[in-house]
Design a protein around this ligand. Structure first.
Ligand SMILES: Nc1ncnc2c1ncn2[C@@H]1O[C@H](COP(=O)(O)OP(=O)(O)OP(=O)(O)O)[C@@H](O)[C@H]1O
Ligand SMILES: [Mg+2]
Length: 226
């Protein structure tokens, strides 16, 4: 079976001679939740941006849902992002001018789904995450935790094969972090998405099927090198 994410020998440097990733590798199956850990500056966000096809590694292979990003041009990578990837960041980065429903419907509309149908799917997902009554509010009119749950809905509404999350609960208090994490992990597992979750938080990592750690630009198994 094809892994949802398969990264091999990924090398990346922002500045020549100062490598951030040196041979990073990771495989994630559909329905699997992998926590990526490592100290600040170890390259976690950089690795995630490579997996997203936003940064282009200088060497290595990155396959998302069976498509090798490293041989695609910008348009090809954008197409993979639209169809096969969902993102959640530390700050939801929802579109301030759109209400929650509009934000969650957006990935479907970008795929050409008719507006009414996109709104129906988005509304059902907001209901599933307990946000139905807030669907017509803008991000600035809901709490941080509610906005972050809407960001989770937006990341998964188009049923991507892979969801990439960078400190998705980093800006929230404990209670809200738990609610957002429940929404993210629950939805990813129910929809058989592969979830790659960058986190500093032990409680977040405990929800993962597996943890890996970035050390010296490479991915190691387990917790020992934290
Ligand atoms: N746009 C950039 N230009 C140049 N160097 C960068 C850039 N972004 C990150 N770096 C450097 O790359 C290294 C890895 O950064 P990265 O943001 O991937 O770390 P991280 O593991 O996500 O850290 P944190 O836990 O603090 O979020 C760091 O040394 C950082 O200073
Ligand atoms: Mg980071």
């Amino acid at each position: 079976m094809t892994a949802a994410v398969r990264a091999e020998g990924v090398e990346f440097a922002f500045t020549p001679g100062e490598p951030v990733l040196c041979g990073a590798a990771l495989e994630v199956a559909a329905g699997e939740v992998v926590a990526v850990r490592g100290r600040s500056g170890s390259g976690k966000s950089t690795f995630l941006l490579c997996l997203a096809g936003i940064l282009a590694p200088q060497a290595g292979r990155i396959e998302i849902a069976g498509r090798d990003l490293t041989v695609l041009d910008d348009d090809g990578r954008s197409a993979v992002r639209r169809t096969s990837l969902g993102f959640v960041f530390q700050f939801g980065e929802l579109v301030a001018e759109l209400d929650l429903l509009g934000n969650v419907a957006l990935p479907l509309e970008l795929l050409g789904v008719r507006r009414s149908r996109a709104a129906r799917h988005a509304g059902a997902l907001l209901d599933e995450l307990g946000l139905g009554p807030l669907a017509r509010r803008r991000p600035g009119e809901v709490s941080g935790g509610q906005a972050q749950r809407a960001a989770v809905a937006r990341a998964l509404v188009h049923r991507p094969a892979v969801v990439l999350a960078d400190e998705p609960t980093g800006s929230l208090d404990e209670e809200n972090a738990a609610t957002v994490l429940d929404a993210l992990v629950g939805l990813a597992v129910r929809r058989s998405a592969a979830l790659v979750l960058v986190t500093h938080d032990d409680r977040v990592a405990e929800r993962a099927s597996r943890s890996v750690t970035l050390v010296d630009g490479a991915v190691t198994d387990a917790w020992s090198a934290r």
